[in-house]
Design a protein around this ligand. Structure first.
Ligand SMILES: [Zn+2]
Length: 211
């Protein structure tokens, strides 16, 4: 990478500090005091889907975790640590799983190529396809099929959040909700899939209930 590109980043940072201080002289003093975010955002690592920017939030307002295809895999120590910390210690009340259309991870999952270390990760998306194969197989248009798979993947990752002890416990103790969103990279629109949190919770409790 050309060094002027890196220089530009530090130049940007200087300008950003000046901008912030010109509006709020105490900005960084306040930021240094701690965080009290209301949201945990779990999104895709895709460079087009930035958490704070698409929600119009500032530093300190959202706890963020991003990975390929916004997965919540129950034995992934990384995601599970983030969820535990956000819910148990930061006491966030809104958990968001945000997918996006034209997700390279979701598309790669459905190819038969051997993708090395990505295989087990992406296989979890194939599991989503298997769970919903009747609905998905009925969609002839490839683009629409992938778009629906993106939405269903978000829904299943929300279910994975609801399966966890920390979410179930927090739900019993306070108002905590899981939201499923999709970001449309073609229009910039954020779409609420209106995941039926209460309904899913009730349904999966039969199997996943934890004390
Ligand atoms: Zn993606």
């Amino acid at each position: 990478m050309a060094s002027h590109f890196l220089d530009k980043i530090f130049e940007n940072n200087k300008n950003w500090i000046e901008d912030k201080l010109s509006l709020q002289p105490n900005y960084f003093n306040d930021l240094g005091k701690g965080q009290k975010p209301e949201f945990l955002y779990i999104g895709c690592s895709d460079s087009r889907v930035t958490a704070e920017e698409l929600m119009g939030l500032n530093p300190g307002e959202v706890f963020v975790h991003r990975n390929i295809a916004n997965m919540v895999i129950n034995i992934d120590l990384n995601t599970m640590s983030v969820v535990e910390y956000a819910v148990e210690h930061l006491k966030v009340n809104h958990l968001v799983v945000c997918g996006h259309y034209a997700c390279g991870g979701v598309m790669a999952a459905m190819q038969s190529a051997d993708l090395g270390i990505l295989n087990p990760w992406l296989r979890c998306i194939r599991d989503v396809y298997r769970l919903h194969k009747d609905e998905l197989n009925d969609i002839e248009n490839e683009e629409k099929k992938y778009a629906r798979l993106v939405e269903l993947n978000v829904q299943e990752q929300c279910v994975n959040l609801i399966k966890t002890a920390v979410v179930q416990k927090a739900y019993r103790q306070r108002e905590l909700t899981v939201h499923g969103w999709v970001f449309d990279v073609h229009s910039g629109k954020l779409i609420d899939l209106k995941i039926d949190f209460e309904g899913i919770l009730k349904e999966i409790m039969e199997i996943y209930h934890l004390d």
